[in-house]
Design a protein around this ligand. Structure first.
Ligand SMILES: CSC[C@H]1O[C@@H](n2cnc3c(O)ncnc32)[C@H](O)[C@@H]1O
Ligand SMILES: [Zn+2]
Length: 441
C-alpha cells in the first residue's frame, strides 16, 4: 500500500486525454500531482489516503482554463453596456482606467475575479492588464494558476509612459514573478492599433530572449482591419507576420475577421486562437469562424474577456456559447461538437497559455487541477452522457469542488480560504468612488 495525500472517487471521470468517460473511477493525488487514475477498487487496493472525497453523482474533470481575460475589470462590470468596442473603450473604459487604475485597484479587481472564476470551476487564467505584479500576487496568494501578461501599449497610462517604458517594466518584473510557482508570464502587446512597429519589435525580442508566449487582441472588429488596411496597405495579421511575431507561442485573441490570406498565415505560423464569443456578441464585434479554424487545424482556446464586456467570468457559460454559436454561424450542427469545445476550454487553453505540460487534462504526473460538477440537479437530469451535460446544460452553481495543485479551493460549493462578504465590503468602496466620478463626468 502506498500512502497519498488525497483520493477522489467519482461517478464519472472525464480526463480529456485520452478522450473517454471513466465510470466509478478514482484519482490518487500526492504532493499536488496526480499519482494514479483507475477503477475505484484498484485505487482502494493500492493506496491509502490522508483525505478521501466521495463524489457519488458528480463528474470529475480538469479545471477550466480561461484563455483571455482582464481580471481586474470586475470592478467595471456593468459600467458601460450595449456599446460598440470603440465607443466602449474610448468614451467609457479608458477614461475610468485613466482615473482609477493603480496596483491597489488591480489587486482588488483580481481578487474578485479569482473568487468568481474558482467558484465557477476555472483553475487557470490568462491575464492582460496594467500592474501585472499586483495580479500575480493575488493569484499566487489565493492559490489559482495564472499566466500574467506584461502589457505593452504606446499611449501613456498610469502604468507606463509609452511602449518602451512598458518593456522596461516587464524586464524589471520578470525575475520576481519567476519566483511564484503558480505564475507563468507572457508578453502582451494590447492590439495592432495601439502598438506601433517599434513596440511590437521590442515585444517580439523580449518574448524570444525570455522564452515567453505573446498574448494579443487581433482582428477583433471589421473596423480595426479596414482602418489598418487603409493606413498600412496590409491587414493587421499580415503586419504581425511581417514583424516576425507569429509562431506557435502567439495567442491571437478574438480573430473575428478572417479571409483566406489570414487563414494561410494562421496555418503556416502555428499560432493559436483564443475565442471569446460572449464579448464578441455583446460588443457586436463579429463572430469567429470556429468551424473553419478547426478544419485548418488551428489550436483553439476559449476565454471570457474582461467582466466589463462579457459581463461575467463564467467559463461553463462561455463554453456553451462557443459550442452553440459555431453551429449557428456555420449552419452546421457538427461545427464544434461538445467534446471539441470541452477540449478547447481545458487542454487547448492550457496549451495556449503555456501550461500544457502541467494542466488541462487528468493524467498521471500532471498537477491535480480538477473540478467536480454535481449532475444530481434538475438542470442535468437524467445523464446519458456526462460530457453533453457539462457542455450543454450544467450551470456554474453546480461546481461543488475545485482543487488547484491538489489544494482544495472550493469544497461543497464554499470557498475554503477567504471571506466573500469581506471581499464585497472592500470592493464596494471602489465601486462607490467609480460611480461618483462617473456621475461627475
Ligand atoms: C493594456 S491592458 C488591457 C487593455 O485592454 C482593454 N480591453 C478590455 N477588453 C478589450 C477588448 O475586448 N478589446 C480591446 N481592448 C480591451 C482594457 O480596458 C485595458 O485597457
Ligand atoms: Zn480582451
Amino acid at each position: 500500500m502506498q500512502s497519498v495525500d488525497l483520493i477522489i472517487h467519482a461517478r464519472w471521470i472525464v480526463p480529456i486525454r485520452p478522450r473517454s468517460v471513466l465510470r466509478d473511477h478514482a484519482l490518487a493525488v500526492h504532493g499536488g500531482h496526480i499519482r494514479a487514475i483507475g477503477p475505484d477498487e484498484e485505487i482502494r487496493a493500492r493506496y491509502t489516503a490522508a483525505h478521501t472525497t466521495q463524489l457519488d453523482h458528480h463528474v470529475l474533470m480538469p479545471g477550466l482554463v480561461n484563455a483571455h481575460t482582464h481580471a481586474a475589470m470586475t470592478l467595471m462590470r456593468g459600467l458601460a453596456d450595449d456599446l460598440p468596442l470603440r465607443t466602449w473603450l474610448h468614451e467609457h473604459i479608458w477614461p475610468v482606467e485613466g482615473r482609477f487604475v493603480s496596483p491597489e485597484f488591480v489587486a482588488m479587481g483580481t481578487e474578485l475575479a479569482v473568487v468568481e472564476m474558482l467558484r465557477g470551476g476555472t483553475t487557470a487564467f490568462n491575464d492582460m492588464y496594467f500592474f501585472p505584479e499586483a495580479a500575480a500576487e493575488v493569484a499566487q496568494r489565493m492559490g489559482m494558476r495564472a499566466t500574467i501578461g506584461h502589457v505593452i501599449i504606446d499611449f501613456p497610462t498610469a502604468y507606463a509612459a509609452n511602449a518602451d517604458a512598458c518593456l522596461q517594466a516587464a524586464a524589471d518584473l520578470l525575475p520576481r514573478l519567476r519566483q511564484m510557482p503558480l505564475i507563468r508570464q507572457s508578453i502582451a502587446p494590447h492590439a495592432p492599433y495601439t502598438v506601433g512597429d517599434a513596440g511590437l519589435r521590442g515585444a517580439r525580442d523580449l518574448a524570444k530572449v525570455e522564452d515567453l508566449p505573446v498574448h494579443m487582441h487581433v482582428h477583433e472588429t471589421a473596423c480595426e482591419v479596414q482602418e489598418a488596411t487603409d493606413r498600412d496597405g496590409m491587414r493587421p495579421l499580415a503586419r504581425l507576420a511581417r514583424l516576425g511575431l507569429l509562431d506557435q507561442h502567439f495567442l491571437a485573441v478574438h480573430m473575428t475577421q478572417l479571409n483566406d490570406e489570414d487563414l494561410a498565415i494562421c496555418r503556416d505560423s502555428g499560432l493559436r486562437v483564443a475565442h471569446c464569443p460572449e464579448s464578441n456578441l455583446k460588443l457586436a464585434s463579429g463572430m469567429a469562424a470556429i468551424a473553419v479554424l478547426r478544419q485548418q487545424g488551428i489550436g483553439l482556446a476559449i476565454g471570457t474577456d474582461g467582466a466589463a464586456s462579457n459581463n461575467d467570468l463564467d467559463m461553463l457559460g462561455e463554453l456553451r456559447t462557443a459550442a452553440l454559436l459555431a453551429k449557428g454561424v456555420s449552419g452546421d450542427p457538427t461545427a464544434f461538437p461538445a467534446w471539441e469545445a470541452l477540449e478547447a476550454a481545458t487542454l487547448g487553453g492550457a496549451e495556449a497559455i503555456g501550461w500544457g505540460a502541467e494542466t488541462g487534462s487528468l493524467e498521471t504526473g500532471k498537477a491535480a487541477d480538477c473540478i467536480a460538477i454535481d449532475l444530481d440537479h434538475p438542470a442535468t437530469f437524467p445523464v446519458y452522457d456526462p460530457v453533453s451535460q457539462v457542455v450543454y446544460c450544467a450551470g456554474r452553481d453546480q461546481v461543488s469542488h475545485v482543487w488547484v495543485n491538489g489544494n482544495p479551493r472550493i469544497v461543497e460549493g464554499r470557498a475554503v480560504d477567504w471571506d466573500t462578504q469581506d471581499l464585497f465590503a472592500r470592493a464596494r468602496g471602489w465601486a462607490q468612488r467609480i460611480r461618483e466620478k462617473d456621475n461627475d463626468a
